[in-house]
Design a protein around this ligand. Structure first.
Ligand SMILES: C[S@@+](CC[C@H](N)C(=O)[O-])C[C@H]1O[C@@H](n2cnc3c(N)ncnc32)[C@H](O)[C@@H]1O
Length: 213
């Protein structure tokens, strides 16, 4: 079995190229859960905590964007949320997600400026580990906001590299200035993989926003 660091290096090297990235995640899928939880990456714990802080309605319609093997939805389900859909391009990751039996619907799609789902149809969108360098581009925030109803929330992890070097800083400022959303919460910047020396430089935040009317 290849280790977490080998897989991380491969997926970051793909630099967002759809077919390469999809194929890598398809291959990683069977070992992914064991390696994610063993990695000590706290983003799912923080993101689900922020959802619980800001979303009181357990029947809220939630989209887990870049859901991978479904770990975010698994924890949300354990907290009592019952109306969760998943979205991810990797059929291998989605096959593992399906087995968790926590999604109402699963969509094999990419995030981007346009996402082929109905506008204003979700009360909340969560995204862990996908708004990061070499994965979904910053324009995905435009696509995600279209899918959320007015006053709905978005909770997402964001790597500091994506923020500084992949356009997310400018996109966030643009959405702030346009009054498209208001910030509800932001975690401290945390070390993404606390046990890995090779990935010691990686840092993430988790942020929560409310879509304005
Ligand atoms: C690091 S995994 C995170 C999976 C899951 N959210 C978690 O936290 O365990 C990144 C996921 O993003 C998906 N992904 C990569 N590029 C994407 C894009 N442009 N749009 C949507 N999902 C994407 C991959 O297929 C993969 O399942």
């Amino acid at each position: 079995m290849d280790d977490l660091e080998t897989w991380l290096q491969r997926v970051y090297q793909a630099d967002g190229e759809h077919k390469t990235l999809e194929s890598l995640y398809d291959q990683w899928a069977q070992d992914y859960d064991q390696q994610l939880w063993a990695s000590g990456n706290p983003y799912i714990a923080i993101a689900t905590g922020l959802v619980a802080r800001h979303l009181a309605d357990y029947d809220a319609r939630i989209l887990d964007a870049g859901c991978g093997t479904g770990n975010m939805a698994l924890v949300l389900h354990q907290l009592g949320y019952r109306n969760i859909d998943g979205l991810d391009p990797s059929s291998g990751m989605l096959a593992v997600a399906q087995r968790k039996e926590v999604y109402q619907q699963i969509h094999q799609l990419y995030l981007g400026t346009q996402i082929a789902l109905a506008d204003n149809s979700y009360d909340a969108i969560v995204a862990a580990g996908v708004l990061t360098h070499g994965h979904a581009p910053c324009e995905s925030l435009d696509g995600i906001l279209k899918l959320i109803r007015a006053q709905g929330i978005i909770v997402f992890s964001l790597s500091s590299i994506a923020y500084e070097e992949y356009g997310f800083k400018q996109k966030i400022i643009e959405l702030d200035v346009a009054g498209q959303w208001e910030k509800l919460d932001q975690s401290l910047l945390f070390r993404t993989y606390p046990f890995s020396e090779q990935e010691a430089h990686l840092r993430h935040w988790v942020m929560a926003y409310r879509k304005c009317a």
